[in-house]
Design a protein. Structure first.
Length: 114
């Protein structure tokens, strides 16, 4: 069974940084074939796309995080990362990792205080 486990969330002041990690329990061959993504959901809001990275390593970002967040992947370790810099209070949300279009992690809370 495929499992995605996020970590690295926490409480940080505005302007600070966090690095989220997502560990995927699947064989490496299948992992590297899949696009990966980070999504977030703030209280009372719909889940939204934050960043994606293709199987080939090409990233894309929501306009709200461009220039501040960086997505990356390590195919040798079945890991995906989200480096978040210059955090803002509006970045506060539960952040989810997704593999392909089916598999989701359980989420990690990010709280940015003003």
């Amino acid at each position: 069974q495929v499992q995605l486990v996020e970590s690295g969330g926490g409480l940080v002041q505005a302007g600070g940084s966090l690095r989220l990690s997502c560990a995927v329990s699947i064989n490496s061959f299948t992992f590297r074939l899949n696009a990966m993504g980070w999504y977030r959901q703030a209280p009372g809001k719909q889940r939204e796309l934050v960043a994606t990275i293709t199987s080939g390593g090409a990233p894309s970002y929501a306009d709200s995080v461009k220039g501040r967040f960086t997505i990356s992947r390590d195919n040798a370790k079945n890991m995906v990362y989200l480096q978040m810099n210059s955090l803002k209070p509006e970045d506060t949300a539960v952040y989810y990792c997704r593999m392909g279009t089916v598999y989701w992690g359980q989420g990690t809370q990010v709280t940015v205080s003003s």
